[in-house]
Design a protein around this ligand. Structure first.
Ligand SMILES: Nc1ncnc2c1ncn2[C@@H]1O[C@H](COP(=O)(O)OP(=O)(O)OP(=O)(O)O)[C@@H](O)[C@H]1O
Ligand SMILES: [Mg+2]
Length: 262
């Protein structure tokens, strides 16, 4: 297990140091330092264009940094340099990402969507004729319970509400048992009730996965906040508890004062 002088008592899963990424000379990420602890639920806020999604792109290998290191601390004690790995290799290590638009199989049931995400079979047709093993069925039940869609298991996924589709997609990622889960703006477009249930879902995952959640909705952030990181111009402006961050003069100036809900 890896440690950092600032986080002596925390087992780390990610150590990101001095990372810079420019697009056409514009530094979307600028000397970023960031550490994620095992089982931690971290929220990330910041104005539009602060580099939040790019930060997730860098972790998942979708984008390469110009400078700096992204280290993944495996649970066997070995460190891996994520900048050397391809996107699918990073995903296979147990780093899963949820994008904003759900990518579910619209015509299949909720249950089959989770079967399909178990990853045993590469084709949809194969997966649907595949008889799940007992451990598989138990894992699927656990996921259905976590995302609270047990009673919807036979429903066609395409007919679910926007919020339910988002939970299903989180469930499909959970079925792969990721060590790190990256979630970009999960509450966008959700009703207040769905947003709150999403918060409860993410809180229930704390300790089981290391989770990074990017969101603009400050009520939602307040609900799930543990340590909050504020990104501004590709750099960490502030890190701390919700109230420390929300009451910070610099944070108010760059973000909260002109916060835009999307
Ligand atoms: N592939 C790319 N090519 C060029 N510029 C990019 C690319 N990806 C991101 N950028 C730029 O990098 C900056 C950071 O964008 P990013 O999407 O990471 O911000 P964000 O914090 O996620 O913003 P939002 O809150 O609006 O989602 C923006 O100025 C964006 O235009
Ligand atoms: Mg974004």
């Amino acid at each position: 297990m890896s440690h950092h002088p600032l986080y002596k008592d925390t087992d780390l899963v990610l150590s990101i140091e001095s990372v810079t990424k420019s697009f056409d000379g514009f530094k979307a990420i600028n000397d970023l330092n960031f550490y994620l602890g095992e089982g931690e639920l971290r929220t990330i806020i910041g104005p539009n264009g602060a580099g939040k999604s790019t930060f997730m792109d860098l972790i998942t290998g979708r984008t390469r940094p110009d400078e700096g290191t992204l280290k993944y601390h495996q649970d066997d004690g070995h460190d891996l340099d994520l900048t050397k790995l391809r996107e699918y290799e990073i995903n296979r290590l147990g780093i899963a990402r949820k994008f904003q638009t759900p990518s579910i199989y619209q015509h299949h049931s909720v249950y089959d969507n989770i079967v399909l995400s178990l990853g045993h079979n590469r084709s949809v047709l194969h997966a649907l004729f595949y008889k799940e093993s007992k451990p598989d069925r138990e894992a699927i039940e656990e996921v259905l319970e976590t995302i609270r869609l047990q009673d919807m298991r036979h429903h066609q996924a395409g007919l679910l509400s926007h919020g339910q589709k988002q939970w299903l997609e989180i469930g499909m990622l959970l079925a792969q048992k990721p060590r790190i889960l990256l979630v970009d703006e999960p509450a966008a477009g959700m009703s207040d009730e769905e947003t709150e249930r999403t918060g409860e879902l993410l809180l229930s995952l704390e300790g089981k996965h290391s989770i990074m959640v990017v969101e603009h909705d400050m009520e939602f952030i307040r609900q799930i906040a543990r340590k909050v990181t504020v990104l501004h111009q590709g750099h960490v402006l502030k890190e701390g508890k919700f109230l420390e961050v929300a009451n910070d003069a610099k944070v108010k100036e760059v973000y909260l004062g002109r916060q835009k809900h999307e």
